[in-house]
Design a protein around this ligand. Structure first.
Ligand code: SF4
Length: 740
């Protein structure tokens, strides 16, 4: 057995016993998870900045000396994190110093690989190649793939530049991978993509139901907020696996993968049978309940127990707990969103909150927690699936409104929305999209059915531009043109977190070499494309912020009452909406939830009950591919494709040391697999090797692989929710065998 495998089970708890020069730093990282303040270096000044990893949106105080960031600590007076940060936050500065940072544009010459060129040549090449493709094949022959990791101002400028300045139709973001189902569910059910909650709800709810969510790992600071709840709350976890969160729960329901929709329909049926309803709320604030009640009739306990694998009594117990709670809240993440019926599953959760009146009151809500630091900003300002600030491309009034606010001809605003991410990839395969610009994302690692995508990047595209901090990602290595970008900490702007809170990120370090902020790169492209004049008023991130504010006026996400960045910093971030009218009433309350008046965003003010028949899995198990593969997060020290977190020795030490697979002892025995032995996992699309962790955290017939390893998406099945087009990462059929 190699050294890598021997150290496989090393984890953060064993670090306290380690000696050597790193011990102090490692202990610091351990402490960080529990909110302890590190030693400071007598900073000359401290600059607060929102963390650039996850959607929790913690604020970090960056300590400066001699104009350089030397350390950081978690802001104790910020209403989100209250002095806490997870290991990623504490290590946020480290990835800036990595040796594989892009420091100069790189251009591929056919036989010589990628070679350094000047920005002038890079911009000229970008412009000439994309314009040539558009002239020859039309505007639909090019597309961009963006991200939830850049600022609102950068997203806004990119979306305006590509669509209004360069005439592109198609552009989507990696946010499609994490929360598109929640977006679609909210839009259809509430009339706008507007999550109702504030983080305070975690602390005051009596009953918290987590569905397909493992916040102890994925959103550790939100989990801390649950731990601060003084009500000794009932914590219920609905998840096929035993997780860090379910281990601390008062009730864990280990359902069969993707049987959650059946469970929620059965719960609705049970609630109706028992008359455990808020009839006044249903009648005053919703529509479609009677049809829903008829629809869920067949979902009796027998059906629910058969499909979910749960005992009837457990399902009844869950219903009773929700009914008896004065304030129940429902929280979901990727276990729901990344499903082939993710939208309808999210809506079945929303339906439950509506019929029990658990929305618009403290401690309640149907609450999607999103993933990336600015996924919520992408929802409003990326100009991809929605026109700016939640408008529609197909709506003439909306197009005219945006054109008027930006002072551009309305003909520049496309009247069709972009293809979603997966359809862009299909169009690449079909030869319809020939040029692609990928910004701050690494789909060569993260996209479902990864091998197909990498093949298309290599074989089908005529021109691929990748804009990223690092030249070494799986995607950047394929680029014809690489544009080196500044990262978090090297630029300023705003993010929006999961509870709709706008916060400021600050530039505390200088980008290496010739790297530029994404904002500056977009400005440079605009100038070379010949549409720079259209973006003259987007002079700086803060001036761009003023433009974005204008675009939100009279929309549900109105932030026109936010004066400037200073106001956001002084008030500890501000949740949308914060209109000029609200600002006249005084500073924003630190925690605000939506729908307190029972009015939703549909024209009639009512929320909708939306439902649909339960579908069979797109790729069922069979005699050979007999296991369900579940993927998910493995550690709070890793982030997505590890593009940044793997740069930190501390975070690497806190993470699994190699790819492992969780397999139930019963299955391991049947297959002759011992603890820590090498296992081969095969799907119809690829095969990977992993070290066996024989553990009853998964049920028989299921295995779990962490999503952070670059090989895992060779296995996943390319199926998608039909409404949100979000990939269904969470369940596909695989064959498992001991590696001989
Ligand atoms: S990664 Fe998320 S939880 Fe961790 S410090 Fe950053 S914002 Fe907070």
């Amino acid at each position: 057995m190699g050294g890598k495998m021997k150290s496989f089970f090393k984890n953060r708890l064993s670090l306290k016993d380690r000696n050597g020069p790193l011990t102090k730093e490692l202990r610091l990282a351990q402490n960080s998870a529990f909110g302890m303040v590190p030693e400071r270096l007598n900073p000359e000044r401290t600059l607060p900045s929102i963390c650039g990893y996850c959607s929790t949106g913690c604020q970090l105080d960056i300590h400066m000396q001699g104009g350089e960031p030397v350390n950081l600590s978690a802001s104790s007076d910020y209403p989100v994190n209250l002095g806490m940060a997870c290991p990623k936050g504490w290590e946020a500065l480290t990835p800036l110093k990595a040796s594989d940072r892009g420091v100069v544009p790189l251009l591929r010459h056919s036989s010589e690989g990628q070679n350094p060129v000047s920005w002038e040549i890079a911009f000229e090449t970008f412009t000439q190649r994309f314009k040539a493709l558009q002239q020859k094949h039309g505007n639909e022959a090019v597309a961009w793939l963006g991200t939830g990791q850049i600022t609102n101002e950068e997203m806004g400028l990119l979306g305006a530049l590509a669509k209004f300045g360069m005439g592109w139709i198609h552009g989507d973001g990696n946010t499609r991978q994490c929360m598109a189902s929640a977006v679609t569910a909210y839009k259809q059910s509430f009339g706008f993509d507007a999550p109702p909650y504030s983080y305070e709800d975690l602390e005051i709810s009596e009953t918290l139901v987590f569905i397909g969510a493992n916040p102890a790992i994925a959103h550790p600071i939100l989990w801390h907020r649950v731990m601060l709840n003084p009500n000794r709350p009932d914590i219920i976890v609905i998840d096929p696996r035993v997780t860090e969160t379910s281990s601390a729960a008062t009730l864990h329901l280990p359902i069969r993968p993707k049987s959650d929709l059946t469970l929620f329909y059965a719960l609705a049926h049970l609630m109706i049978q028992e008359q455990w309803l808020d009839k006044d709320f249903i009648s005053a604030h919703t529509s479609g309940f009677d049809s829903y009640a008829r629809f869920v009739e067949p979902f009796n306990l027998e059906c629910a127990s058969r499909e979910t694998g749960l005992e009837r009594e457990v399902i009844c117990d869950l219903a009773r707990r929700i009914h008896e709670s004065k304030a129940a809240s429902f929280w979901w993440t990727m276990g729901v969103n990344q499903g082939y019926q993710g939208t309808r599953t999210a809506q079945s959760i929303i339906n439950l909150a509506l019929m029990t009146g658990n929305i618009g009151r403290p401690g309640t809500g149907a609450n999607s927690i999103t993933g990336q630091c600015n996924a919520m900003g992408s929802r409003l300002f990326s100009n991809t699936s929605s026109l700016f600030a939640g408008r529609n491309f197909e709506n003439n009034k909306d197009r005219a409104s945006v054109a008027g606010l930006l002072d551009i001809p309305v003909e520049h605003v496309p009247s069709q929305p972009s293809l979603p991410y997966d359809r862009i990839i299909d169009a690449v395969e079909a030869g319809e999209i020939k040029g692609l610009w990928i910004i701050a994302t690494n789909p060569g690692h993260s996209w479902i059915d990864q091998s197909r995508w990498l093949r298309l990047l290599r074989e089908k595209l005529e021109f691929l531009v990748v804009q990223d901090m690092y030249y070494s990602t799986e995607t950047a290595r394929e680029a014809d043109l690489f544009l080196p970008a500044a990262g978090w900490g090297e630029k300023s702007g705003t993010f929006i977190n999961s509870e709709r809170r706008l916060g400021v990120i600050q530039s505390v370090a200088t980008p290496p070499g010739e790297a530029r902020s994404d904002f500056e790169i977009f400005k440079g492209i605009a100038e070379h494309w010949g549409c720079g004049e259209m973006f003259e008023s987007w002079k700086s991130p803060e001036e761009a912020f003023s433009i974005l504010k204008k675009l939100t006026i009279d929309q549900p996400c109105d932030i026109s009452g936010v004066e400037n960045y200073d106001m956001l910093v002084e008030q500890g971030g501000i949740q949308w909406p914060y209109s000029q009218a609200l600002a006249q009433e005084g500073p924003a309350q630190p925690e605000r939830r939506l729908y307190e008046d029972g009015r939703f965003f549909h024209e009639d003010g009512r929320a909708r009950f939306i439902f649909e028949a339960v579908q069979s899995p797109p790729e069922p198990t069979d005699e050979y591919y007999s296991f369900w593969l579940i993927t998910g997060r493995a550690s709070s020290a890793q982030w997505h494709t590890q593009t940044r977190t793997a740069k930190s020795l501390i975070l690497r030490e806190l993470s699994p040391q190699c790819l492992y697979v969780d397999i139930h002892p019963q299955d391991a025995t049947a297959l002759g697999i011992q603890q820590e032995e090498l296992v081969e996992i095969k799907s119809r699309r690829g095969r990977v090797r992993a070290v066996a962790r024989v553990i009853a955290a998964v049920r028989p017939g299921q295995i779990f692989l962490p999503m952070h390893d670059s090989s895992v998406n060779q296995l996943t099945h390319p199926s998608f929710d039909p409404y949100s087009r979000q990939p269904s990462y969470k369940a596909c059929a695989v064959h498992v065998q001991k590696k001989s």
